[in-house]
Design a protein around this ligand. Structure first.
Ligand code: UT7
Length: 351
């Protein structure tokens, strides 16, 4: 039977580290000011979120989301021992695409040097749940023989669209820039527990107004009605979040989807090497571990030093802990994710 295998993983974060203390003094160009620009502090951020620092791209206006994705993709391809020319499908998850359209998948395809018609490109808009949604798509497309080498990418350049004033502090402190990628392919095997063995994706559109970044509304004329030079008066340019509703729904969605993943597959935590949740808030992940009765020593996080990189968080965290020597080839991961939409999901797979 054809089953989907993870052939390689790669990740990339920019070099610039922005600590909680530095963040307080940055303007919208990420330049340090003499006086604080955001009324917040390290103690508040760490206590509520666990975040100590995040990464930002250089503030020279030269880097796009696709550039972060390119770095992560090249690392994943090298890890898999697969040439870019062998990739016949890209699935690209991002809430911070290079442009409104076309999707960033085709931009990445071109940067990888594989444009020309032999590689399909999907762009998916499931925000923090992109990895599980994308993995489910990749698994279905591989198992049915449609594609043989799928590059699943999550990349975010958040730092250009955050509100560097006190008004936006609830959101701005959470997010960082980064990218991750996975190469997936088929293997003919009778081992029902190998490779990607479970994916489940959920959505509840009644949460669509609780976390979003509108920028424009197509129903309006003109559909863009702000002055981009007057950012302070243009709320549509910045993310909007009902933090408490997102927090509570995230815990519920991640707990229930993790428990269902085990129930459906007949597995227990003895069968799972690591729990790698989406990285939105360390306090969310601690509650999920507690309520879902997950052995705490199996939970892996990176939010403390990368913040929330949305579509990138799960393979980014796996890759980080692999480089630290914790995650090893063949380890079985259970992931659960939750994000804007609301969308959420869970997956079990071997790396
Ligand atoms: O991937 C999914 C994306 N997002 C999430 O999963 C985020 C989910 N939500 C959260 O993580 C939390 O709701 C936050 C960390 C965003 C906020 O924590 P909270 O405990 O829900 O705080 P709150 O929004 O209830 O605000 C409490 C107070 C308010 O002040 P007042 O009204 O009590 O005077 C806020 O204005 O904390 C204030 N506050 C801040 N203070 C310092 C909000 N953000 C900050 C900040 N620094 N960065």
């Amino acid at each position: 039977m054809i089953r989907t295998q993870v052939l390689g993983i790669g990740s990339y974060v920019p070099d610039r580290i922005v600590t909680n203390d530095e963040l307080r003094f940055l303007n919208e160009r990420h330049e340090r000011q003499a006086e604080p620009t955001i009324q917040t502090d390290d103690a508040w951020i760490q206590q509520r979120t666990g975040i100590r620092e995040r990464r930002y791209v250089a503030n020279d206006g030269q880097t796009s989301t696709s550039d972060l994705a390119l770095q992560a993709s090249q690392r994943a391809l090298a890890d898999a021992g697969v040439a870019a020319s062998e990739i016949d499908c890209i699935i690209f998850g991002s809430l911070s695409p290079d442009f409104h359209f076309p999707g960033t998948g085709v931009v990445l395809q071109q940067k990888l040097g594989i444009s020309g018609g032999n590689c399909a490109c999907y762009d998916i808009r499931q925000q923090c749940s992109s990895f599980v949604y994308g993995l489910q798509m990749a698994d279905a497309l591989i198992k049915t023989g449609v594609y043989k080498r799928v590059l699943l990418v999550g990349a975010e350049l958040h730092s250009h669209s955050l509100d560097f004033t006190t008004r936006g502090r609830d959101v701005t402190v959470l997010f960082g820039d980064g990218a991750s990628a996975m190469v997936l392919g088929p293997q003919d095997t009778d081992d029902a527990r190998s490779g990607v063995l479970y994916t489940a994706a959920y959505a509840d559109g009644s949460g669509a107004n609780d976390l979003n970044l509108k920028i424009y509304e197509i129903k309006r004329l003109p559909y863009l009605d702000y002055d981009p030079k007057d950012r302070d008066n243009n709320k549509l340019m910045y993310p909007h979040m009902d933090g408490k509703r997102v927090f509570l729904n995230a815990i519920r969605g991640m707990v229930m989807s993790s428990q269902k993943a085990l129930a459906v597959t007949g597995m227990t935590w003895d069968d799972i090497t690591w729990f790698v949740p989406h990285q939105a808030n360390l306090r969310i992940n601690e509650k999920v571990v507690e309520f879902a009765k997950i052995p705490p020593e199996k939970a892996l996080n990176t939010i403390q030093f990368y913040g929330n990189t949305t579509a990138a968080t799960v393979p980014l965290t796996i890759d980080y802990w692999r480089q630290q020597g914790k995650v090893k080839k063949g380890d079985r991961i259970l992931t659960s994710v939750f994000g804007s939409g609301f969308t959420w999901g869970a997956a079990i797979f071997q790396v």
